[in-house]
Design a protein around this ligand. Structure first.
Ligand SMILES: [Mg+2]
Length: 364
């Protein structure tokens, strides 16, 4: 049973993202008006007298340990010759508007994360024969020639990976993760790079033996679920190179079985016994999935005596007994609220393999 219908997640990603992140943006904009300060440690921020903090520091100041978020008073202790300039948001916003007009030459699917950072979806764009790598290089060149500023870029088939890639060769560099390289890149990636993995989540993951994305294997799902709840699935997905939002719902189908119990059930052991029977029934139906599809999720549904229903799902590439039992236990503990269970449902979500002939023919 353990290996029933274990089908590989293909690397046939359909999308192309470019992440652009300006290098020490606020300071770089200020230095356009003060070129004589280029060889000095410079930062933008509030004054020490006003208990201000550093907003951005140039790379010279960073060598002294001056960085975003530290108190300006501390920054002066680290680097007494620091040149501190006040924050001028209007000046930075004006440059951001120019950046936006450069991006619009390539796509109108632009999402700014802040004044100096944006994610561009260039899937299906035809410039440079569809090559996101060339588009990113040209965007960086345009920023340099027209705005006299430098940017770092990341290119990848997933939005969050493009962001991570933009940091690899920062400043003034770029890094490309092509679809066949996603798995290899993730295997060694420090899990703290995944957006949403802060110190709290990391300490849980570390206890589970996960410090790199490659450590988050499928057998960890039940313990991730116990320790992090839904967030655990999110982490698992990102570690596998999956970004749920990018999937089209129409590509996801489900196959399920359910049973109305002969008498309403009030104890977990009887409930899980019924669940085991359903597991076997569902496995018998696996041949109904066609070869062009693969399993992405397990889902458990409980209907209570008052006919209300709750369900829970988790990522899985097969019908996983441990995952299914954990899902049932979660529903039992958190949603049942003392009501007897009337019906149990078990299903898998199945996704069609990407059509390789579309985007993937185009160069990266
Ligand atoms: Mg930046």
């Amino acid at each position: 049973m353990q290996d029933a219908a274990l089908k590989e997640i293909p690397d046939g990603y359909q999308k192309k993202f470019i992440h652009i992140d300006m290098d020490s943006f606020f300071v770089s904009v200020e230095l356009l008006d003060a070129p004589h300060l280029r060889s000095c440690p410079v930062a933008v921020g509030g004054t020490a007298a006003e208990r201000g903090v550093i907003s951005t520091a140039n790379y010279i100041a960073r060598q002294y340990g001056v960085k975003s978020g530290i108190a300006t008073a501390t920054a002066y202790r680290l680097c007494p010759e620091l040149v501190l300039l006040p924050v001028r948001f209007e000046a930075y916003e004006a440059v951001t508007r120019k950046l936006d007009s450069i991006f619009r030459r390539y796509t109108d699917k632009i999402e700014f994360l802040s004044l100096d950072e944006a994610s561009l979806d260039v899937s299906g764009q035809t410039q440079f024969n569809g090559s996101a790598t060339y588009m990113a290089a040209h965007i960086r060149k345009a920023i340099e020639q027209e705005l006299h500023l430098t940017a770092s870029a990341g290119v990848a088939p997933l939005k969050y990976l493009a962001k991570i890639a933009s940091e690899v060769n920062k400043p003034d560099g770029m890094f490309v993760i092509r679809p066949p390289e996603v798995k290899e890149f993730l295997a060694e990636l420090d899990i703290r790079k995944i957006p949403g993995v802060g110190p709290k989540t990391y300490s849980v993951l570390e206890n589970l033996g996960c410090s790199r994305c490659g450590d988050v294997t499928e057998d960890k799902i039940p313990s991730l679920m116990r320790n992090l709840g839904v967030h655990g699935f999110y982490v698992w997905e990102r570690c596998q190179g999956v970004e749920e939002k990018e999937e089209k719902e129409s590509d996801v189908k489900s196959l399920g079985v359910e049973k109305t119990l002969p008498i309403d059930c009030n104890d977990f052991p009887s409930c899980s016994k019924e669940l085991f029977d359903l597991l076997k029934n569902l496995e018998n139906r696996l041949p109904e999935i066609n070869d062009n599809s693969f399993i992405v999720k397990n889902l458990v549904k409980l209907k209570f005596s008052d006919f209300s229903t709750s369900s829970a799902e988790a990522p899985a590439t097969r019908i996983c007994q441990d995952t299914v039992i954990s899902l049932c236990r979660t529903l039992w503990d958190t949603k049942r609220k003392g009501r007897p269970v009337r019906l149990i449902g078990l299903s898998i979500k199945v996704k069609r393999k990407a059509n390789d002939s579309q985007q993937m023919e185009l160069p990266w």
